[in-house]
Each structure stands twice: as structure tokens, then as C-alpha cells.
Ligand binder design. Structure first.
Ligand SMILES: Cc1cc2nc3c(=O)[nH]c(=O)nc-3n(C[C@H](O)[C@H](O)[C@H](O)COP(=O)(O)OP(=O)(O)OC[C@H]3O[C@@H](n4cnc5c(N)ncnc54)[C@H](O)[C@@H]3O)c2cc1C
Length: 374
């Protein structure tokens, strides 16, 4: 019998498996390899090459978890031999920074955590950031390194390598049922395996709820997220390599709360900036079939047009080679912050990535293990 079974080998599950195994527990982590969109069984919120890693957040605790995670990135890279972190800073843009969700609690973060930012009044950013259009209607707040970007696929791989080094068993399988009793947890899988453990962590992202894995429910919704990949040449990508990741309080009837990564190389060997946002056309999913349809064939053309318009308005002097729309998924809680809790005496979970937890997954994995053992 294992000490802990971790269900889901994404950012949160991989980090939890790493932390638990490092503490000497016998860990089994179960999650499938990434499959193509057209044939996938379960999708993931992290199947991408770039995620913003910034210290802005909706509350001080979330900012602290982001910071805690960033402070360990280099160590994880070195111990695993897998690099995933580029500390290029993050620039937040808004006409009203004191109301923008990403910058609203900045004064609290300065007092509680000692963060320091650089301010840019409207019209003053192009000296420092010459790639930006000079007529942007936004003021800026720059949060320098350690903020930047991470590659979430590579970060997950790094945590799994380290978990296995500490004795964890990695099963490339899909969990179909979690059955906790008073003294143990039994887990059944699609490949017909049955595993038993003293405890379990459920970290299956959108499928925590969609697949009915949670022994008791936690309120959340499962929302479409649309991103646009904006292709640039390798030479252009090199020229933009040290531009900051960005969060944009855009003025649009269609999209809001946009975020953008600097150029990143994708598996097709091309370089893309990626812009994502909320949209008035966002959809909500209540069955795995509805989510599968969106991921494999979702049409987000109206959101895509608005995202292209925003990308083009932000920059000057860039020769865009192509734009493509990509359907993604996130989970949301009513409070907008993740719920980390026990859903049974032997089972802990995290629900509600709220579109922003890849960067903090190391700390959340630690908190999940602490919660499980409490
Ligand atoms: C477009 C987009 C942009 C984002 N931008 C950012 C950003 O800039 N910065 C940031 O920090 N965060 C960002 N996020 C959020 C971030 O990606 C998520 O917070 C993170 O992926 C959540 O990790 P997770 O492990 O909870 O879930 P997931 O990443 O979804 O991983 C869950 C894993 O569980 C597995 N699984 C599912 N069902 C089962 C099952 N039944 N059995 C076994 N395994 C199962 C899946 O295969 C998957 O690998 C973004 C998300 C999206 C979609």
C-alpha cells in the first residue's frame, strides 16, 4: 500500500508528488501523457509553452505562494536538469491601475511582502520598452525579476523527474474512481488497475469536478479560455527576447483581463507571442463531452478577432507572420481564489486555478501535502 496517491500529473499534482516524495512518503502519481487535441481523453490547463510568472495576485497569500514558488525555480531546474524559467519581468498596463485586478492590491503587497515596482505614466514607456506603441492609453507598473515567464510543460517534467528520483511511481493512466473509506483510499483506473493508499491528493484540474472524482463537492465552474498565437520570425523573436510578460486592462467590448507572453518557441519550431483574455463569448462546461468538443473543435473567431486587434495595437514595427486561435480551459471558484482543502479525512484537493496558478504550483503542492497531513 502506498502512503499517498496523487491523481493528476499536471503542475499541481507533479509538485505535490515531488514534495510528498521528498518528505520520505511512498508516492504514486497517476496521470496520462499529453495526447493530441483530436483524440484526447482528458485535457489539461497547462498544455502550452508559456505561462506568466508574476507576483501580482488577488490577495497577499496568493502573492506569497507565487514568490515562494519563484524562489525555488532555479533549484528545481538545477536538480532536475530541465530549464523552464526566464525572469524577464512583468509589465501591467491599465488606464486605472488602482482598479485593475492585477494591480489593485499593490500597496498591500509592498507593505506585507516588500515588493518594489517601477511606475510609468501614460506615454512614458517607450524609452524602456521600445517595442511598445507610443500612443498606448495606459499607465504601466513594472515588476522586475524574479517575475517573468515559465514553460509549464517543462516545469511539470522537472517536478516529475525529481519525484521519481525520490522514489515516486509514475503511472501513465487515467483515474476513473476514487473510493475513500475510514482508513484508506482505493483508486481505479481506465487501464483496469486498482491502487490502495493511506491518503490521496486529487489534482486533476477541470476533471476534479467533471469526472466526479471529488468525494464531496466544491463550488466551481469550468470555463473556456481562448488564446491567440501571434507568429514572428526567429530574428524578431530574438530582438524581443527580453521584453517583459504583460497584463493588459484592455479597453474592449469583447475581451478583458488580457495577458501576453514574449516570443516563445513552440513544438512546430515557430516563434509565437501568446495573448489570452476573458471574453463575452466564454462558455461553461458541465460534461466531459462538452469540454472535449470545445478543445478539439472549438470556434472562437469573434474573440480571436478582438485579440488580434489588441496585439496589433500594443506594438510597433513588428512584422506579424500569422495568427492562430487556440481553445483552452480553466476552472473558477466563486471567490476567485483557489480552494485547498480536505474533501474527506484521507483526501485533499485544490479546486479553482482561476487561470493563474501554474507559476505558484510548487507552493500549492507543498500546501496540499501539509493540508493532507494536518
Ligand atoms: C490559456 C491559459 C493561460 C494561462 N495563463 C497562466 C499564466 O500566465 N500564469 C499562470 O500561473 N497560470 C496560468 N494559467 C493557469 C494554469 O495553467 C493552471 O493554473 C494550471 O495548469 C493548473 O494546474 P493543475 O495541475 O491544477 O491542472 P492541469 O494543468 O489541468 O493539470 C491536471 C492534470 O490532471 C490530469 N488528469 C485529468 N483527469 C485525470 C484523471 N481522471 N486521472 C488522472 N489524471 C487526470 C490531466 O491530464 C492534467 O495533466 C493559464 C491557463 C490557461 C488555460
Amino acid at each position: 500500500m502506498d502512503d499517498v496517491i496523487v491523481i493528476g500529473a499536471g503542475p499541481i499534482g507533479a509538485a505535490a508528488a515531488h514534495h510528498a516524495s521528498r518528505r520520505g512518503m511512498q508516492v504514486r502519481v497517476i496521470g496520462p501523457n499529453e495526447a493530441p487535441r483530436a483524440t484526447h481523453q482528458v485535457w489539461s490547463s497547462h498544455y502550452d509553452q508559456g505561462r506568466l510568472a508574476h507576483r501580482s495576485a488577488r490577495n497577499v497569500e496568493l502573492a506569497r505562494w507565487a514568490w515562494e514558488s519563484m524562489s525555488r525555480y532555479r533549484d528545481i531546474e538545477q536538480r532536475s536538469g530541465i530549464d523552464f524559467y526566464h525572469p524577464c519581468g512583468t509589465l501591467s498596463l491599465s488606464a486605472s491601475l488602482e482598479h485593475f485586478s492585477y494591480t489593485r492590491i499593490r500597496p498591500d503587497l509592498e507593505v506585507a511582502l516588500g515588493f518594489r515596482y517601477t511606475d510609468y505614466p501614460i506615454g512614458s514607456m517607450t524609452t524602456q520598452f521600445p517595442m511598445l506603441a507610443p500612443d498606448l492609453p495606459y499607465a504601466g507598473v513594472y515588476d522586475g525579476p524574479p517575475s517573468g515567464i515559465i514553460n509549464p510543460r517543462r516545469m511539470v517534467a522537472a517536478h516529475l523527474v525529481l519525484a521519481v528520483q525520490h522514489g515516486a511511481q509514475l503511472e501513465r493512466d487515467i483515474v476513473t474512481a476514487v473510493v475513500p473509506t475510514a482508513s484508506e483510499v482505493t483508486v481505479h483506473t481506465a487501464a483496469g488497475q486498482t491502487y490502495r493508499a493511506h491518503r490521496a491528493i486529487i489534482a486533476a484540474g477541470a476533471y476534479n469536478g467533471l469526472s466526479g472524482l471529488l468525494p464531496s463537492p466544491i463550488a466551481h465552474t469550468i470555463k473556456s479560455e481562448t488564446v491567440t498565437l501571434a507568429e514572428v520570425s526567429a530574428a524578431q523573436a530574438q530582438a524581443l527576447r527580453d521584453m517583459p510578460s504583460m497584463m493588459i486592462d484592455c479597453q474592449s467590448d469583447i475581451i478583458s483581463d488580457a495577458y501576453l507572453t514574449p516570443p516563445v518557441k513552440y513544438p512546430d519550431s515557430k516563434w509565437y507571442l501568446k495573448l489570452g483574455s476573458n471574453s463575452v463569448y466564454d462558455a461553461f462546461f458541465e460534461t466531459p463531452a462538452a469540454l472535449r468538443q470545445w478543445i478539439s473543435a472549438g470556434d472562437a473567431s469573434a474573440t480571436h478577432a478582438a485579440q488580434i486587434g489588441l496585439i496589433q495595437s500594443l506594438f510597433r514595427g513588428i512584422d506579424w507572420l500569422s495568427f492562430q486561435s487556440v481553445p483552452c480551459v480553466i476552472t473558477r471558484t466563486p471567490s476567485g481564489v483557489p480552494q485547498i482543502q480536505k474533501v474527506h479525512e484521507q483526501v485533499a484537493t485544490m479546486v479553482g486555478c482561476n487561470g493563474s496558478l501554474a507559476k505558484s504550483s510548487d507552493a500549492i503542492g507543498r500546501v496540499l501535502v501539509d493540508t493532507l497531513l494536518a
